[in-house]
Design a protein around this ligand. Structure first.
Ligand code: ADP
Ligand code: MG
Length: 637
């Protein structure tokens, strides 16, 4: 081996640059953090050609004195730390004293800076980290720093750069990320002379989000919770607005953007059983905690943090988000095709809507049915229970349907178990001799609730409910599935089961039989009792109360599939998956005939329970159609 020597400052700066200065976006991040630490309330970022050849940051912060300005470019030179104790409780964005040294070592830098009240400012020029010029200069208070020809002296690094467009977009992303970290700072970004972002700087996070994401963030749920010294604020998407990736999840810890698996899993835990597979929540979440409760010095770019009390952080985020979601109604509006341009006129002949070029709706929403279609439709309507308004209204008011009445009841017959719709309790008989109306005892005053009525059922699938100026279309299967799932899940003990009079034999693939026998404890918990019966056959002696024999067999088969392919690291999620299967199988299905009383029980649960929003697979249970939407669509406004 060669002789050991100490590396020169230049080389060690280049090595440090490799960690801190990866690309124009990382330069912008460091410079923005410096501006924030300098107390700036206005920062402008300008880039040309993706930031490789020209990048300028102007702030109105505290500036630097003529003595400090060149020192700032020395390695480990900082005004933010004095002792090792300071490192334990950092409240500034920067503290490593590396960024300016690292950036300057791989570029050409011009600095203009002036402290408040000073007569003259300072102008500085550096090439590859060496100060080549310093002079007095007239300039506004604050700091302007220009970085030119990034990586001009490290061609190897230059090769890793992508196109200007890609690098420029990364800069935009970083500026957006920092703007959301500091809503109190007005941030502007110019790309090749064009303004692409300008935030108000009034401290309102939603205002910043609006500048970045547009109207789409208006429907997010507001998070604001406090747990001891931990405060969580921000916005999270409602489950029906979930995204196909995690790219819209932004976490800030003490105003510092961070990547953290802990925070991601705490967030997603709050959405458990509410999202479809492959969908992820979006969020902009700020966690504030005492500086001593978090170590920010675990990553050169300061994007990772270590929490002292991980469990507390997890709970704070999980329950904070959960509370926000529970407060927020999530019943997506029915999306109608765009409104026709002109008010509709009367056409003696059925006509297709006017074609308006590319924007014309593809779907003929209000087209007249053909005779054949009409026949099919009419036949289907005949088969489906008719919407009997009076009966439904009467049912709601007089039938006294108990809120907790089961939708289906299991009845054990000699041949096995079948499910039947519940019997409604007989309406109370009018008292024979008492002409006085029965006055129900008044309890605590209830909050005002707009009355609703069930209008009927559509296509043997959707319950139609009217309330005030809104109509709700409730997916009866999804609603029932969710209600059953919650019921099963709430029960911390075993699920109630029924012993079959005649055991059912169930033949499955060998691995399926194996995995089910291996998980007998889980099956037992779910209300199944199985025995080995040889020849890939299981004997089913006991099933959950909610399932009949046929459904129980199908459930076992699905369970075996899930157990064979599913993630098994979390026992809780295995149980949840199993409960989904049971709930899905036991729930009434679309296309099934349902008694009015059943529909009413479902409708009541959905209308009265704000938390019923999604089936356990994440599909919405209910969508809204407003009177206004209809009026607009039908040209009544
Ligand atoms: P750090 O931010 O970790 O202290 P930097 O290398 O980023 O290290 O900056 C070094 C020092 O330069 C800072 O501590 C600060 O005193 C000064 N400085 C950097 N940028 C600015 C700015 N925009 N306005 C005022 N002072 C600044
Ligand atoms: Mg810094």
């Amino acid at each position: 081996m060669a002789k050991i020597i100490q590396l020169s400052t230049h080389i060690s700066n280049l090595i440090a640059a490799g960690e801190v200065v990866e690309r124009p976006a990382s330069v912008v991040k460091e410079l923005l953090e410096n501006a924030v630490d300098a107390g700036a309330t206005q920062v402008t970022v300008e880039i040309r050609d993706g930031g490789m050849t020209f990048l300028r940051l102007t702030d109105n912060g505290c500036g630097m004195s003529p003595e400090d300005a060149p020192t700032a470019f020395l390695r480990h030179a900082t005004s933010k730390l004095r002792s090792a104790d300071d490192l334990a409780a950092i409240s500034t964005m920067g503290f490593r004293g590396e960024a300016l040294a690292a950036i300057a070592s791989v570029s050409r830098v011009d600095l203009l800076t002036k402290t408040p009240g000073a007569v003259e400012g300072t102008s500085l020029h550096l090439e590859g980290g060496v100060v080549t010029e310093q002079e007095e200069a007239g300039c506004p208070e604050g700091t302007t720093i220009i970085i030119r020809d990034l990586f001009f002296n490290t061609p190897a690094r230059m090769k890793f750069m992508k196109s200007d467009t890609v690098e420029g977009s990364r800069v935009t992303a970083v500026v957006q990320q920092q703007a959301m970290a500091h809503p109190e700072v007005a941030v502007r970004l110019l790309r090749d002379g064009k303004q692409v972002l300008s935030t108000p700087g009034d401290g309102n996070l939603q205002g910043v989000m609006y500048c970045i994401f547009g109207k789409s963030c208006a429907n997010m749920a507001v998070v604001d919770s406090q747990w001891e010294q931990y405060r969580l604020t921000g916005y999270v998407s409602v489950p029906s607005d979930a995204r196909p990736s995690r790219s819209m999840q932004m976490f800030y810890v003490n105003d510092r953007p961070v990547k953290s698996k802990l925070l991601v899993s705490a967030l997603e835990e709050a959405y458990r059983n509410q999202l479809m597979v492959g969908k992820f929540p979006a969020c902009v979440l700020h966690l504030h905690l005492p500086p001593a409760a978090v170590d920010v010095n675990v990553h050169p770019a300061k994007t990772e943090v270590k929490f002292l009390a991980e469990k507390t952080v997890f709970d704070c985020v999980h329950y904070g988000v959960l509370a926000a979601l529970n407060k927020k109604p999530d019943r997506p509006e029915l999306k109608l095709p765009p409104q026709p341009q002109k008010p509709p006129v009367f056409h003696p002949e059925p006509q297709k809507p006017a074609q308006t070029g590319k924007t014309a709706p593809k779907q003929d929403f209000f087209r007249t049915m053909t005779a054949q279609e009409y026949q099919t439709f009419a036949a289907a309507m005949e088969r489906a229970p008719q919407p009997r308004q009076e009966a439904a209204a009467a049912a709601a008011s007089k039938l006294h349907v108990p809120a907790n009445m089961p939708i289906r009841e299991a009845v054990t017959l000699p041949g096995g178990v079948i499910s039947v719709p519940p019997k409604l309790p007989a309406p109370p008989k009018p008292p024979e001799t008492a002409p006085e109306p029965v006055v129900e005892q008044q309890e605590l005053p209830m909050p005002e609730v707009t009355p609703w009525r069930m209008v009927g059922e559509l296509f043997s699938c959707y319950i139609v409910v009217e309330q005030g100026d809104k109509a709700y279309l409730i997916d009866k299967h999804a609603a029932h599935e969710r209600i059953l799932f919650d019921k099963l899940r709430e029960n911390p003990e075993k699920i109630s089961a029924q012993v079959l009079l005649t055991p059912i034999s169930c033949t499955l693939r060998a691995e399926a039989v194996g995995v089910l026998l291996d998980n007998r404890a889980l099956l037992d918990e779910l209300g199944f009792s199985v025995e080995e019966f040889g020849d890939n056959t299981l004997l089913l002696r006991q099933t959950p109360m909610e399932l009949n024999g046929e459904e129980a067999m199908q459930t076992l088969e699905e369970l075996s599939d899930r157990l064979l392919t599913g993630h098994r690291e979390h026992p809780e999620s295995v149980r949840d998956e199993a409960l989904h299967t049971v709930a899905c199988k036991a729930a009434i299905k679309a296309g099934w005939h349902s008694e009015e009383a059943e529909l009413l029980v479902l409708a009541r649960q959905v209308m009265e329970r704000e938390d019923l929003k999604h089936c356990p697979h994440g599909r919405p249970i209910c969508i809204t159609l407003s009177k206004k939407q209809l009026e607009k669509q039908l040209g009544r406004t």
